[in-house]
Write a protein that binds this ligand. Structure first.
Ligand SMILES: *Cc1c(COP(=O)(O)O)cnc(C)c1O
Length: 399
């Protein structure tokens, strides 16, 4: 008999669609994969070389649980230069991915009776990580007309004396939304007044477009910094998803608890990856801007294309590599004698009929939308949009 905890959670739905699309592709089907949650760029050579050197030098043993000092120092420098925040080594932990840092925070902070506020649409792992630690996710709906930003009034209405934390994700997966300073200031004010933590997932920090600028809520003032755990990592910024390296910065007591938890589960992140990460943070950064401009080009192209498909409309996001088109107007239409009644029906229809893989909005807590990742070639994006257009034209409108 499995534990109650294990029975409460489900596998990551984004990974599930991705593996199904990959399986179809492997069996020879020409699938366009808009489901991917990782950059389609290769890790830069200087980073790979640093890892090879670490292996040749025999840097292949256990390291301190929370990361080697040169890496912590590189992370401290990054926070100082990019975010204007000052941290000490005991306020930093390096983990096996940002997801692992998030999991460590959940273990360190949550217990039975605690409530964790999650703005919806949300990244898929947030609710399940809360459930795994016996706490309760409290969802607050955000709306496209507010660019999917959490309204301070809506946050205030959700706060109770059991509120333990709020999870922020800016830029956001799945919507691509980026918080503005005014909203962050109001959210910070509420967190300080009601004394709860803010978990700020900033993994897409480097992927911000146009005139928009990323702001870390922890940079606003000392009172909010004392209640914020910033989560970041190299998966998205340096195309290093498979290397498994993320980190967190926050109050020393929370970081210490996270480090103790990590010491009893995974121990240190891979020694070789840590050396690669030092190079990623301290070495040349031109790769990041090359990748960003390419994503920006695709973003403009895909938003324009999707907005020409009847029944869809799509906000132009400021960050990450996703668009989140509204598709609910299409629900109720039919193909042969099947009705497309939900985002999941629509995603399955597109996979089967158009050979386009993408993730239903339902996976992120909003059935009215689909998530499309543009971490794929412009050529595939062009083809994918045409396939979706054709598939939508083949539907019989709702009667
Ligand atoms: C990709 C992603 C992560 C996890 O990144 P890893 O460092 O690979 O674990 C965390 N949060 C969000 C919102 C993501 O999209």
């Amino acid at each position: 008999m499995l534990s109650a905890r294990a029975q409460k959670i489900k596998p990551s739905p984004t990974l599930a669609i991705d593996s199904r699309a990959k399986a179809m592709k492997a069996s020879g089907v020409d699938v366009i994969n808009f489901g991917v949650g990782e950059p389609d760029f290769d890790t830069p050579d200087n980073i790979k070389e640093a890892a090879c050197k670490a292996i040749r030098d025999g840097f292949t043993k256990y390291t301190p649980v929370g990361g080697i000092d040169p890496l912590k120092d590189a992370i401290i420098k990054k926070f100082h230069v990019d975010n204007g925040i000052t941290y000490q080594r005991e306020e930093i932990i390096v983990s096996c991915g940002a997801k692992h840092s998030l999991y460590n925070v959940a273990q360190a902070l949550y217990g039975p009776g605690d409530e964790v506020i999650i703005p919806s649409p949300y990244w898929v792992s947030y609710p399940d990580q809360v459930l795994l630690n016996d706490a309760k996710p409290v969802f607050v709906q955000t709306l496209e007309k507010d660019s999917f930003m959490l309204k301070p009034e809506a946050l205030e209405a959700a706060i109770t004396d059991r509120t333990k934390s709020l999870i922020l994700n800016s830029p956001s997966n799945p919507t691509g939304m980026l918080y503005d300073k005014k909203t962050l200031e109001k959210i910070a004010e509420l967190a300080v007044r009601h004394n709860f933590y803010v978990i700020s997932d900033e993994i897409y920090e480097k992927l911000v477009y146009g005139n928009a600028a990323h702001i870390s809520i922890a940079s606003l003032h000392d009172e909010i910094k004392a209640r914020t755990i910033v989560i970041n990592g190299l998966s998205k910024s340096h195309a290093m998803t498979g290397w498994r390296l993320g980190y967190a910065a926050g109050p020393a007591d929370v970081i210490k608890a996270m480090t103790n938890i990590q010491s009893q589960s995974t121990s240190n992140p891979t020694s070789v990856t840590q050396k690669a990460a030092v190079e990623a943070l301290n070495g040349p950064q031109d790769f990041v801007s090359v990748m960003r401009s390419e994503f920006d080009r695709r973003r403009t192209f895909i938003v324009r294309g999707l907005n020409t498909i009847l029944g869809m409309h799509c906000m132009a996001p400021n960050g990450a590599f996703y668009v989140f088109p509204h598709t609910a107007s299409i629900y109720g239409s039919r193909f042969h004698n099947k009705t497309v009644a939900s985002s999941t029906d629509f995603a399955l229809y597109l996979l089967e009929e158009a050979k386009v893989a993408l993730v239903p909005g339902d996976a992120f807590g909003d059935d009215n939308y689909l998530r499309i990742s543009y971490a794929t070639s412009l050529e595939d994006i062009r083809k994918g949009i045409e396939r979706i257009r054709q598939a939508v034209q083949n539907l019989m409108p709702a009667t």
